[in-house]
Design a protein around this ligand. Structure first.
Ligand code: BGC
Length: 909
């Protein structure tokens, strides 16, 4: 029944404001530039610097910071040659844009930070190194090179199963010893894999990150100092096709034949430099072992064509051609601003079975995304064929109908009889099962590894409760989300789509950020969205616009504004809002002029996509009583976005725009209620849950009618849907929070713990280990029925963290500096244990109710604060105010204001 400090009394005193002069009770950790631990090749003029504080004490508040940055480590430590010396800046911010003298191309920089707090000064943080990329086009001496022809029989460029062999490029060069630094700046389209003296330069895969290539192409920067040696060296690069050579089913031509740009800069101890740059003196061949590769179909590797030693010096490349100079593929060449894909986890199969057909069936036990690393016994010239699928048929054959035209088949041809290990490099598949044809012997689980591939990013959240269904949904979501992070948030990883469909992540991106450190991915994706925007402002519903869809609707593109807001609110990063404000404004104007009629948004392409349909085999409902009017979806969403634009206008220094957005919003609200609201029944349109809920959540309901509108949501859910979801992709973004905030946490809890149709639990009952595209994924037609989509998660993960754990960035707070801890404690749940690595540090909440015991432990990071809502029903006595800033009784809660630290509330109920 008290707030118990976990720390000794003495320390509490020290921390309570009057400093005893004991220093270093606070340290600065996680210094980051551009939110990265090891930032190489930054090409932003004003990179974003950030840090966190760590302290064993409570109530720590930063009062100032001091940053130093220089070009050499020793100089920095002595305070010499500094390029940026902020001096002591009075501020509680832990994120700041670079303010020193201009950064130079291709340099190394070192920086550190120390802080002043109410509990004393910290030491200097650890020094963080970062390097800059090539900041000016003129820094590039390299030329784009490749083989400007299809020179293998059977190569083709078609709308579907494109075939093209990989290109191998190489260059021998000399270096003297005493290399002080060697840096490789490289891009290769569609994908490349680079070797220096036979060693792969990085663990990154599928680089560079996908973009709409004719606009922007990214290059990567690698520190290869350890790979260059005095004497003969060789640089070798393989080029894969990725989406550059052709984009599946796009209706557009491919971008072109693969091409490479590489510039290796070697710096010597005496200050001189040598540059090895791609040009016509490089050699190229497409007669190597990767005889075909295509993101959606396969990689085919013919070992008989191996070019033994091709990527080390001294290889005889006389039979290779001189590289062709290729055209410049893009308007802009930029440093890749987001993490690359890599193997992030390795899984052993659950089972490996030799079928009666002689084929081998591997069950990974988990629907995963990546590749199979296989060891097997093969025969000379006999193709080993590996087919991938998410599901199997009752007779153990693969179920591939839902892959549509994606062949998902890798092929390896041995050069002799024997044992081989192989994994492809330019493909990934979404799969749980692999069927292998033509391997000998008795393969078992030790022979195969499922290599899980997605963008290198940290996991930011742990979450566990007393309910197994709630936990399993979290796990399925975790697998689904990371499997769909491939340089952009994709819709699905397995069929012939794999696109950045905007609507799928509109609200999802907020929930995902509790699980993954996804800031750079989303920041990059917003850039893709902007680059896919048409001049008149309309945004493509698929970005990068490999499928160019200018539908003019609001619901899908809403993510442009929502994700920028997420980056600001959750990560404290205003970059996206500042950078995209003009384009967002242009989009808003487009909608006002082209998609609205009589004050309402009337264009809507996809409706409340994938709502539970009236019969099990249907993908989309045809029933007008279930479907929500598109004008309701578009108008409510747009109304919400106009308010966000008002905030963005203020933030970016465009106060003159605010009135315009407000006027649109007011006109819309009037027109909307006039057209859709029935004042007698308090229903919107056909009374769908989605229609009523969106109107409520966006604040369109006329004052005084809110409870009645909400009652309609409840009645429909309870009576017509027997306590189940009736929403699709749009409505589901508000369902869990809406039910809880208006007082029916019990109904929200029922929906999340349901295991019958339609529910997330139903998917699990039916064996899902990810989240399905359709509520009825087990019975619907295969045409649009992936077993790994994440859009139906809606606001579920947000609800997990904010409403179950009580970890919520408070209303006006940025970067979790002030946290609202108000779990809803649903009946039936006896504990929740969650943590979240926010930009400001770790936040944790662990509450439990067992018998008559109630306890709740919370962790609030240094330089942050929290308002804790402690239900009087669970904690009848006023908590003793040992360290709280204040404790007030408000309605059914004790409202406790806390500073940073660890706290525990305990009581007997
Ligand atoms: C995609 C979805 C997407 C939708 C839009 C589908 O094919 O897989 O995720 O949002 O199309 O219509």
């Amino acid at each position: 029944m008290t707030i118990k400090k976990k720390f000794p009394i003495l320390l509490l005193f020290v921390c309570s404001g009057f400093s005893l002069g004991v220093a270093q009770k606070v340290s600065v950790v996680s210094p980051r530039v551009e939110m990265q631990e090891n930032p190489l090749g930054i090409d932003r003029k004003d990179p974003h610097f950030s840090w966190q504080l760590k302290s064993g004490m409570n109530d720590v508040q930063q009062t100032g910071y001091e940053i130093q940055m220089g070009t050499d480590l020793q100089g920095l430590k002595r305070g010499n040659n500094l390029m940026w010396q902020s001096g002591l800046v009075s501020s509680d911010h832990m994120q700041v844009g670079y303010q020193g003298s201009p950064l130079q191309s291709g340099k190394e920089y070192y920086w550190r930070v120390r802080v002043h707090t109410n509990c004393g000064e910290s030491h200097w943080s650890a020094v963080q190194r970062f390097t800059t990329g090539l900041l000016h086009d003129t820094d590039w001496v390299a030329k784009w090179i490749g083989e400007d022809a299809m020179s293998n029989p059977g190569e083709s460029q078609t709308e579907l199963h494109t075939r093209l062999a990989a290109r191998y490029l190489r260059k021998d060069f000399q270096a003297s010893s005493h290399v002080s630094r060697a840096t490789l700046y490289i891009s290769g389209l569609g994908y490349y894999q680079a070797f220096l003296n036979g060693k792969c330069v990085s663990e990154d895969l599928l680089t560079p990150s996908i973009t709409f290539y004719s606009e922007t192409v990214y290059y990567n920067t690698y520190d290869v100092t350890r790979l260059v040696h005095g004497g003969d060296n060789a640089l070798g690069v393989i080029l894969g096709n990725g989406r550059y050579f052709w984009v599946r089913g796009s209706g557009m031509e491919g971008f072109g034949l693969p091409r490479l740009l590489a510039q290796l800069v070697i710096e010597y101890a005496d200050g001189t430099k040598k540059i090895i740059a791609s040009d016509e003196t490089w050699k190229v061949t497409s007669k190597g072992p990767i005889v075909a590769n295509n993101e959606f179909d396969d990689e085919e590797y013919d070992m008989r064509k191996e070019l033994s030693g091709w990527n080390v010096s001294g290889y005889n490349d006389a039979a290779w051609k001189n590289a062709d100079i290729m055209s410049v593929p893009c308007k802009r060449l930029r440093a890749q601003p987001c993490p690359s894909v890599a193997v992030m986890e390795r899984l052993r199969p659950l089972s490996v079975t030799r079928l009666a057909s002689g084929k081998v069936l591997i069950d990974m036990g988990q629907n995963m995304v990546g590749r199979l690393n296989a060891s097997f016994q093969g025969k000379e010239g006999q193709k080993v064929i590996m087919r991938f699928a998410e599901l199997i048929n009752p007779d153990s054959t693969l179920y591939v109908a839902n892959l549509r035209t994606a062949q998902a088949t890798d092929v390896f041809t041995p050069a002799a009889d024997g044992r081989f290990s192989w994994a492809p490099v330019f493909v990934y598949h979404g799969f749980r099962y692999v069927e292998i044809d033509s391997i000998e012997g008795r393969p078992d689980t030790d022979d195969f590894v499922g290599e899980v591939m997605y963008d290198k990013m940290k996991c930011t959240g742990d979450f566990e409760t007393s309910n197994a269904v709630v936990n399993q949904i979290f796990k399925n979501a975790y697998w689904g989300i990371r499997g769909n992070y491939h340089n952009m948030p994709t819709d699905c990883p397995q069929r012939d789509e794999r696109h950045g469909w905007l609507g799928d992540r509109a609200t999802g991106c907020w929930g995902e950020s509790f699980m993954f450190d996804n800031a750079l991915l989303y920041r990059k994706w917003l850039q893709d969205i902007e680059e896919s925007q048409r001049e008149d402002g309309v945004v493509s519903a698929v970005s990068p616009r490999f499928w160019t869809i200018y539908s003019g609707d609001v619901t899908w593109p809403s993510v442009y504004i929502l994700a920028a807001e997420m980056l600001y609110r959750h990560y404290g990063d205003t970059t996206a809002i500042v950078r995209h404000y003009d384009s967002m404004k242009c989009w808003v104007e487009y909608i006002c002029q082209n998609s609205m009629k009589d004050g309402l948004v009337v264009r809507d392409e996809w409706g409340d996509w994938c709502m539970p349909p009236e019969s099990p085999e249907l993908i989309h409902s045809q029933d007008p009583l279930r479907k929500t009017d598109g004008a309701i979806l578009g108008s409510t969403t747009f109304y919400g976005l106009l308010y966000k634009m008002m905030e963005f206008a203020r933030l970016t220094g465009h106060p003159e725009d605010v009135d315009n957005y407000r006027t649109h919003a007011e006109v819309l609200k009037k027109a909307y209620n006039k057209r859709f609201f029935n004042y007698e029944t308090a229903q919107y349109g056909n009374n769908s849950v989605t229609g009523n809920l969106l109107s409520l959540r966006y604040g369109l309901v006329p004052e005084g009618y809110e409870q009645r509108v909400f009652q309609n949501v409840v009645d429909k859910t309870e009576k017509d849907c027997k306590g189940h979801v009736s929403a699709g992709v749009v409505g589901i973004q508000h369902l869990m929070r809406g039910l809880t905030e208006y007082g029916r946490k019990d109904l929200a809890y029922k929906i999340v713990t349901n295991t019958d149709y339609p529910s997330w639990g139903y998917m699990i009952e039916k064996g899902a280990t990810t989240i399905w595209e359709l509520w009825n994924g087990d019975t619907a037609a295969p045409d649009m029925n992936s077993a790994n989509h994440v859009m139906l998660l809606g606001d579920l993960l947000i609800w997990y963290y904010e409403n179950l754990a009580g970890i919520k960035n408070a209303e006006e707070s940025v970067g979790f500096r002030h946290i609202e801890m108000k779990p809803c404690f649903p009946d039936g749940l006896s504990y929740v244990k969650a943590s979240y690595q926010s930009v400001s540090g770790e936040i944790a909440s662990h509450w439990s109710r067992t018998g008559k015991e109630f306890s709740w432990e919370v962790t609030i990071p240094a330089n942050c604060s929290a308002t804790v809502y402690l239900p009087i029903a669970l904690h009848p006595e006023k908590p003793e105010a040992v360290r709280a800033h204040s404790i007030k009784r408000a309605g059914e809660y004790w409202v406790v204001e806390l500073g940073s630290g660890d706290y525990r509330f305990q009581s007997k109920i």
